[in-house]
Structure formats: C-alpha cells, structure tokens
Design a protein around this ligand. Structure first.
Ligand SMILES: [Zn+2]
Length: 192
C-alpha cells in the first residue's frame, strides 16, 4: 500500500461478511441485539482504517523555517491500530523525535502523522518504520527516532494470554543511526 493509498472501505461488503461470521458462530443474525451489528461493525472498520485513504503529506502544510537545531520530541502520543494478523486492536503510545535542519513541524502534526499510519491494518514493526521514514523523507531533518510501546489484544486476551505485556519497537534514521552519541541522547529522552 502506498502512502497515498486509494483504497476505500466497502461497507456493504463488510456487512455481508460480519453477517456470515454471526451465522458461522451459530447466532441468529436477525435477533434484536445483532440486527444492526453488521452495519455498526462496517462503520467501525471504516473509522479505524481511515488512514488508508489519507495522504500523510497533508500534515506537512504547517512546516516553519526555523534555525533551531536541537532535538524536538513529542512523547506519549496515544495511538490505536489494528493488527493485520488477527484484526484485533493494539493500543499504545508513540514517542517521536527529530533533529531539525532548517524547518520545524507544527507540534500537533507529529500526532496526526502517527494517527494516519496507525489507522490501517498494521504490524507494529512496520508502523514504526513508516512513521520514521515518512518524516525523514518529507521534512528537512538531520535525523528521526520513533519508539512505539503497545499492548496487543491478540496476545493479552487470546493465544498465550499475557495481559500487561508491552511490545516496544524503535526505528532510527539519519544522524541518530550514524552517530551513537546522538542516538544515546535521543533514546534516553524517548525512554522515560
Ligand atoms: Zn495479532
């Protein structure tokens, strides 16, 4: 899927599929509590996967020229994504840092970029490097570091059932990758 992802969610198709699931688990899909469920689930997926139709570049409109050349960091950005292996949510916090090179980004835009990539069918590892690569490739910057911490419901409530376990992934680009001293500095800021 490209960043410009043109996919649009076909709600009717989801409704049909959800109805099939209800029947497959032995439910009466017509009973009161379930009658509207396929429609609700379709709307829910359209919302949770809205990032597939969004171009993250639109969040780069508020880029300001600035000679600030120290680390800019936004920590504890809450995010919600859907694990592509189980279609179950994984929920956590993103911490994003960059070292500007003549331009800074409106601070809320970092959070919007995280959202745009999170609202897709994802693997946490890929989500992490997509955010890092997007900022690295589209904002004038010397380096980018992204750390994601998330709890996967496919692991906490099913499978090996380990509530409280948190998966941590990180991606570093540019100077944070090349220079161990700068990387240590940003990592100590990103990890509380
Ligand atoms: Zn999963």
């Amino acid at each position: 899927m490209s960043d410009k992802g043109k996919t649009s969610v076909d709600n009717k198709r989801i409704e049909k599929a959800v109805r099939e699931i209800l029947l497959a688990v032995g439910e009466d899909a017509e009973r009161e509590g379930l009658k509207e469920t396929p429609e609700r689930v379709a709307r829910m997926y359209a919302e949770l996967l809205a990032g597939m139709q969004e171009d993250p570049k639109k969040h780069l409109r508020s880029v300001f020229s600035e000679n600030y050349d120290e680390i800019v960091l936004l920590r504890d950005i809450p995010f919600y994504s859907i694990c592509e292996h189980h279609l179950m949510p994984f929920i956590g916090s993103a911490h994003v840092a960059y070292l500007p090179s003549g331009a800074i980004l409106g601070v809320s835009k970092l959070a919007r970029i995280v959202d745009c990539f999170a609202r897709r069918l994802q693997a946490q590892e890929r989500l992490t490097y997509q955010i890092a690569d997007f900022i690295m490739n589209n904002l004038k910057t010397q380096g980018v570091a992204v750390v994601l911490e998330a709890s996967h419901s496919c692991m906490t409530i099913r499978g090996i059932k380990k509530p409280g376990s948190v998966m941590v992934t990180s991606a570093v680009r540019g100077i944070f990758k090349r220079d161990p001293k700068t990387r240590n500095e940003v990592m100590s800021l990103l990890h509380k």
